[in-house]
Design a protein around this ligand. Structure first.
Ligand SMILES: CC(C)(COP(=O)(O)OP(=O)(O)OC[C@H]1O[C@@H](n2cnc3c(N)ncnc32)[C@H](O)[C@@H]1OP(=O)(O)O)[C@@H](O)C(=O)NCCC(=O)NCCS
Length: 174
């Protein structure tokens, strides 16, 4: 990964104008495979800005290539994470277009997202919950410094929960 690629990735707020793009990405087989049972209700959610959430588009040289959601799992209104300690963040991420997978962009998006989460001095750790079957995503998060904490069922999904504590070196391989 070159410095150019890293610096050319920008995160911006996801907006109602991104509805078509997000609906398209959400229908792509590699995205469906990673998240088969959630309905994101894009039409409604893109017009809302609850205090417990950021929805972001990652752009490469101005071209949207990925989506990231950051939530505060303790205050998120559906209580997806159930009883969870305060001062955490939980992340969802995908690269939308299959042509951009496996080129290092996800890693650089995550490095920015991790820094963004820990910019808040109160935040102690970040959680992710890939499907138990998504072993490539497990490797991706492990390379970023996340550690497996537990297997857990969310709705219909058997997941593996990974956690990155503040102060852990994010990316030993870069
Ligand atoms: C996971 C993801 C965000 C990583 O971004 P990326 O730009 O593809 O990843 P990078 O190029 O920075 O790193 C490569 C690593 O990403 C992971 N990866 C690549 N393609 C993947 C895919 N289709 N599904 C899951 N993980 C993948 C692998 O760990 C890969 O390393 P490997 O080649 O040794 O297996 C991206 O692959 C993706 O959107 N996958 C589909 C959706 C998904 O699984 N999201 C995570 C759900 S929790």
């Amino acid at each position: 990964m070159t410095e150019k690629q890293e610096s050319d990735i920008q995160l911006r707020e996801a907006l109602p104008v991104d509805l078509e793009l997000l609906t398209f990405w959400d229908s792509q087989p590699h995205v469906v495979a990673s998240d088969p049972n959630d309905d994101w209700h894009w039409g409604e959610e893109l017009s809302r800005k609850p205090p417990w959430r950021e929805m972001l588009i990652a752009e490469l040289d101005g071209k949207p290539i990925g989506f990231v959601q950051i939530i505060d799992p303790a205050t998120e209104e559906s209580h997806y994470w159930d009883d969870v300690e305060p001062n955490l963040r939980a992340i969802d991420i995908w690269i939308g277009d299959v042509a951009y997978l496996g080129k290092g962009y996800g890693t650089h998006i995550m490095i920015q997202v991790i820094a963004r989460c820990f910019d808040d001095p109160a935040v102690t750790a970040i959680l992710v919950d890939p499907l138990a079957s998504n072993v490539r995503a497990h490797r991706f998060y492990e390379r970023l410094g996340f550690r497996f904490t537990e297997a857990r069922t969310f709705g219909a999904d058997r997941c593996h929960v990974y956690r990155l504590d503040r102060g852990r070196k994010e990316s030993p391989h870069l």
